[in-house]
Design a protein around this ligand. Structure first.
Ligand code: NAD
Ligand code: TYD
Length: 338
């Protein structure tokens, strides 16, 4: 592994992964990103002048563009973060999710096969398992029962990745991460949305009864999990990445408000998300057996995250205008009964 193509590297987790890898290894990292609303060049400012870093704007659905970047930079490894990622947007407009998440992944797989790459690593999600009733935890061999257009498209992509392993012998690995939080998290997702709304004394829109559970992990821990699988994972295998501890959304929201010294009365219950998965919960013992462990508890992860948003208003304030406000109005105004 010398030259990595990081698709979606201008997004939240991808940019954190680029920072993480450039700090630890002498690999060349080429970010290939379409720069959708979620892809931000400023997420990569810190590494812009690093000689091991390159940026190429492009769409993973375009075969010729992917082929060209792989050839030009002598890529031997693809790490595929590129995706449409927000469940609520997948409910409003599902087609883009199928296009990028499934067809785009297949384009990357085809190029990886044709160019005989050393590794194709695919970034998936715990949402492919569907809603998991307590006290169960998902293991990698469990059936996939995705229930949103987003998670269905991520499950579809995974099936293709595995099919290329079995059919063509492509050297693949996959990680299924739980909810990430941390720097550069686009403020449409719950934790950065609640944090930035709280800073502006705006309501925190809580879907349904707020008793849904998520395993919120610090993004750097997820990046380390991917690193471990890239170096020690077995080909054809899937690894869960998360803390193995779940938090109710209402408790997450209250903790954000406490950290910011804001009143709990900012929490506003709104209409639930259609098909809202009540609980995700991972068994992470398979990755732990490779020597990985999550370094941040939920409280530590949340504290670091909230502090980052307090300190980086110049990053999120401009995002919360224009396209974002159009989306926000469509998504929330009716829900809040305004
Ligand atoms: P994000 O929405 O912040 O970033 C996605 C990035 O992909 C953006 O930079 C965007 O410009 C790029 N992109 C979108 N379509 C593209 C295309 N057709 N071609 C090239 N680039 C394209 O997402 P994220 O939260 O960083 O998630 C990254 C990956 O991790 C996704 O595959 C997601 O499914 C997965 N994941 C996310 C979480 C989470 O909590 N955020 C958890 C588990 C897995
Ligand atoms: P989100 O960050 O969208 O991640 P995901 O749906 O992929 O898990 O949402 C996290 C949880 O917070 C999820 O249970 C939905 C809930 N949520 C709200 O209650 N209000 C909101 O405005 C958003 C965006 C999410």
């Amino acid at each position: 592994m010398k030259n990595l193509l990081v698709t979606g590297g201008a997004g939240f987790i991808g940019s954190n992964f680029v920072h993480y890898m450039l700090e630890r290894y002498n690999y060349k990292l080429v970010v290939f990103d379409k720069l959708t609303y979620a892809g931000r060049m400023e997420n990569l400012d810190r590494v812009a002048s690093n000689p091991n870093f390159r940026f190429v704007q492009g769409d993973i659905c375009e075969l010729e563009a992917v082929r060209a970047v792989v050839r030009e930079h002598q890529i031997d490894t693809i790490v595929n973060f590129a995706a449409e990622t927000h469940v609520d947007r997948s409910i409003l407009g599902p087609f883009e999710f199928t296009e990028t998440n499934i067809r785009g992944t297949q384009v990357l797989l085809e190029v990886a096969r044709e160019q005989q790459l050393e590794r194709f690593h695919h970034i998936s999600t715990d949402e492919v398992y569907g809603a998991i009733p307590a006290p169960n935890r998902s293991k990698e061999g469990d059936p996939l029962e995705p229930r949103s257009p987003y998670s269905a498209s991520k499950a579809g992509a995974e099936h293709l990745v595995y099919a290329y392993f079995v059919t063509y012998g492509l050297p693949v690995t996959t990680t299924r991460g739980s909810n990430n939080i941390g720097p550069f998290h686009y403020p449409e997702k719950a934790v950065p949305l609640f944090t930035t709304n709280a800073l502006d004394n705006q309501p925190l829109p809580m879907y349904g009864d707020g008793m849904q559970q998520r395993d919120y992990q610090y993004v750097e821990d997820h990046c380390e999990g991917i690193d471990v699988v890239l170096h020690k994972g077995q080909l054809g295998e899937i690894y869960n990445v998360g803390t193995g501890v779940e938090t109710h959304n209402i408790d997450m929201a209250r903790k954000i408000l406490d950290l910011l010294g804001k009143p709990h009365s900012l929490i506003t219950y709104v209409a639930d998300r259609a098909g809202h998965d009540r609980r995700y919960a991972l068994d992470v013992s398979k990755l732990q057996a490779l020597g990985w462990h999550s370094r941040h508890s939920f409280d530590q992860a949340l504290e670091k995250t909230v502090r980052w948003f307090v300190d980086n208003e110049a990053w999120w304030r401009p995002i919360k205008s224009g396209e974002y406000m159009d989306y926000y109005r469509r998504q929330y105004v009716e829900r809040e009964g305004r």
